[in-house]
Design a protein around this ligand. Structure first.
Ligand code: UD1
Length: 410
């Protein structure tokens, strides 16, 4: 070496230049240190949200992106197939917590994630959506003084009987970075006292996945498999999904809903991929249905996206599907009394019809006779939300500063 760094910065005896030198070296170290993010998935709807984020982080050498699966969902069809189809890297850690009551599942995740956080010492934990894994990991992280980013923050159904609503409110109350998909969410967060500077309108990561995978999904052979093709043309058909406890945990309620769908199925086939929770009730209650209601096992992301994009009508109680149909411009009837995604109604193709069978049948008939809503795609649902999130994280999250295990108030 021709000259030492010290010499270069002002001579061996100069105290001030050495202070500058220390700063420069510290800054260089800071910049060369990767931003270590621990990304969390637990249940099926988390996967199309994490896929573009992992992809974007892996494109940036500044990130060390770690993926943890809590194992809340564990079936091939609710988890593994999504990893394969969307190219999500295998999780570095799987907590394998499995199913259970809300308390035991949440507690198990809390208990199992803590040693992972202590060992990996991330700069930030990133959670998505509103499932039990979202709140459980956020809580464990903040208690260790680790910052948390919540993607899809601020959505509110104002229905506290929904387990997801509790998860949303609590996660938003403790997260440091709140990434929102729609304007209403900003207002909710401000009303709940969250600081404006922690809220970022970034668009919708699930729609990033939709934009990216739609051309691939359209090549799926599911139309032929299900007999929905007339040569190269698609026949008219509907898609239905139901899995909310309020709709499927009671035999009476589920029978009523299927009764309404029977009337629609008399006019066209309705494809019904059945969630395990719903399957349990269908079996236990011996619930019958019209032969044109076609029950199939839960499938992969690509087949399902293909079906959604080609359907004449979607009936659902899912949150994500309300958004996907809005992005696709496909009419959607939401079989719930409320929605945490009002933009799909004010701007999109979604109609909140509730669970009264007569109203469902009337709304479906209106839609099929050409009176469906013409929607538009909400602002920033453009396929680039993950990019925006990653840029914000790179700018704002401090690296290597968090002393994991020391609460921020101690
Ligand atoms: C969970 C989420 C919900 C999300 C949904 C998507 C919470 C509180 N709920 O609800 O927000 O919309 O996932 O699917 O986090 N089961 C299987 N295989 C699995 C997982 C579960 O057969 O891989 C069975 C379980 O035994 C259980 C039932 O499905 O009886 C329901 O699973 P659970 O994880 O309790 O809740 P979900 O209804 O899936």
């Amino acid at each position: 070496m021709f000259f030492s760094r010290e010499w270069r910065f002002g001579g061996p005896n100069g105290r001030f230049p050495n202070a500058i030198l220390g700063f420069v070296i510290g800054y260089e170290r800071f910049m060369s240190q990767p931003l270590k993010i621990l990304n969390i998935v637990g249940a099926r709807p988390n996967l199309p949200k994490i896929a573009p984020l992992m992809h974007e982080m892996q494109r940036h050498p500044e990130f060390e992106a770690i993926l943890v699966h809590t194992g809340q969902h564990y079936d091939e069809k609710l988890s593994d197939i999504f990893f394969r189809q969307m190219g999500i890297p295998s999780p570095h850690v799987n907590l394998e917590v499995g199913s259970g009551s809300h308390a035991s599942q949440t507690a198990e995740i809390l208990k199992c994630i803590e040693p992972v956080l202590l060992e990996r010492k991330p700069d930030l934990v990133l959670v998505v959506g509103d499932v039990n894994s979202t709140i459980a990991v956020s809580l464990a992280a903040v208690k260790l003084g680790i910052q948390v980013a919540h993607v899809e923050a601020g959505l509110r159904s104002f229905d506290r009987s929904m387990p997801e609503e509790i998860n949303r409110v609590l996660t938003d109350a403790i997260a440091d970075y709140l990434f929102v998909t729609e304007e209403d969410a900003i207002e909710h967060l401000l009303k709940e006292g969250r600081p404006r500077e922690s809220i970022f309108m970034v668009g919708n990561v699930m729609i990033d996945s939709l934009c990216h995978f739609l051309p691939i999904a359209r090549q799926s052979g599911i139309g032929n498999e299900l007999g929905l093709m007339n040569g190269a043309a698609w026949k008219r058909f509907g898609v239905m999904t139901l899995h909310r406890p309020s709709n499927v945990d009671s035999t009476e309620k589920l029978s009523q809903l299927l009764g309404a769908v029977d009337a629609i199925a008399a006019e066209m086939p309705v494809i019904f991929p059945v969630h395990p929770r719903t399957q349990q009730r269908l079996t236990a209650g011996g619930i019958r249905h019209h032969p044109q209601v076609r029950l199939i096992p839960p499938g992969g992301y690509l087949d399902f996206l293909c079906l959604l994009s080609k359907s004449a009508l979607v009936l659902t109680d899912s949150g994500g599907i309300q958004e996907e149909t809005t992005a696709l411009g496909v009419p959607c009837l939401t079989l719930r009394e409320n929605t945490e995604r009002p933009i799909t109604i004010s701007q999109g193709t979604n109609l909140l019809v509730g669970t009264d069978p007569a109203k469902i049948v009337a709304a479906a008939r209106d839609t099929l006779s050409g009176k469906s809503k013409v929607g538009r795609i909400p602002p920033l649902w453009d396929g680039h939300a993950a990019q925006r999130i990653v840029e914000i994280l790179l700018k704002l999250v401090p690296r290597g500063e968090c002393i994991v295990g020391v609460s921020r108030n101690s």
